[in-house]
Design a protein around this ligand. Structure first.
Ligand SMILES: Nc1nc2c(ncn2[C@@H]2O[C@H](COP(=O)(O)OP(=O)(O)O[C@H]3O[C@H](CO)[C@@H](O)[C@H](O)[C@@H]3O)[C@@H](O)[C@H]2O)c(=O)[nH]1
Length: 252
């Protein structure tokens, strides 16, 4: 399979969802464009009260190369909906690969090339994984790691999937993978969106590869994880597991 990505990330759109990330956003965008000067960035902001959206607009105006774009949404509507809006924007343009990355520095832009290398080597979906050999977490509270590992074990068993870090939020999709999904049928709002899309890719017959990354707990701001996110993931995964066991519709 031919390389679709240029040496400094040309043809790649990095979608960054933001809610109250005013301090983190300038840092992450600077790190990203320093690491890979050829990528484009799309910030999807849900009218953050702390002014993240305005900061994103300023960063976009200041980047003479026109690599930074901003999508403003009217209210906080969950990670999944923010990504779907970002993907829709990206798929309407020429990008060959669309990347998911958090704004808070948990995902190191300096490691993005690992995901892009995997795509160039043939992966349709490359997942930056904490739970394969070489992957790790730094400063993550024990409670969060326990929850994350538990969610991954549960998803593996319920779905019969072999992906070690199916909840990971640092990943690169070939555009064809996203084009194959019916976005209108994707109703996962919170972090189970990550499981949802990875499972759709597996069921669609795409090649999913995990590459090791280091996940570092945010230094600034707060996680948006809450009880609703956990309950949604638990129920959705149970439903998808049953669907797949009983041969019902592909997904969702
Ligand atoms: N636009 C928008 N952005 C949001 C929303 N909720 C969260 N975000 C943004 O999504 C990113 C991840 O949110 P966090 O709240 O920082 O996530 P986390 O708790 O650190 O969770 C991480 O681990 C999860 C479990 O592995 C992952 O599923 C998740 O993607 C993320 O990597 C951040 O950039 C945050 O601002 C929302 O409703 N709308």
């Amino acid at each position: 399979m031919s390389n679709v990505i240029g040496p400094t990330g040309e043809n790649v759109l990095v979608v960054i969802p933001t809610y109250n990330e005013s301090e983190n956003l300038p840092i992450i965008v600077d790190r990203l464009l320093s690491a890979l000067a050829g990528v484009h960035v799309l910030v999807v902001d849900d009218s953050s009260p702390d002014g993240t959206g305005e900061i994103a607009d300023r960063l976009a105006a200041e980047d003479e190369a026109g690599r930074i774009h901003v999508l403003h949404r009217t209210e906080k509507d969950g990670l999944g909906k923010a990504y779907l809006a970002g993907f829709t924007w990206g798929l309407a343009r020429e990008y060959a690969v669309l990347v998911e990355m958090d704004a808070d520095g948990s995902h190191a832009p300096e490691q993005l090339h690992r995901l892009l290398d995997a795509v160039n080597a043939g992966a349709d979906l490359a997942i930056g994984s904490r739970y394969v050999t070489g992957g790790s977490t730094v400063n993550w509270p024990k409670r969060r790691e326990f929850l994350s590992r538990g969610a991954n074990t549960y998803a593996r068993l319920a779905l019969g999937s072999s992906i070690r870090d199916i909840t990971a939020g640092f990943r690169a999709y070939r555009r064809e993978v996203l084009e194959s999904f019916d976005f209108a049928a994707i109703d996962s709002a919170g972090y189970c969106f990550q499981i949802d899309l990875a499972w759709r890719a597996v069921q669609g017959g795409f090649t999913v590869t995990e590459v090791p990354i280091t996940f570092t707990e945010r230094a600034i701001g707060e996680s948006k994880m809450d009880g609703g996110v956990i309950t949604e993931a638990f129920l959705q995964v149970a439903r998808w597991g049953m669907d797949s066991r009983f041969g019902r519709s592909k997904h969702g």
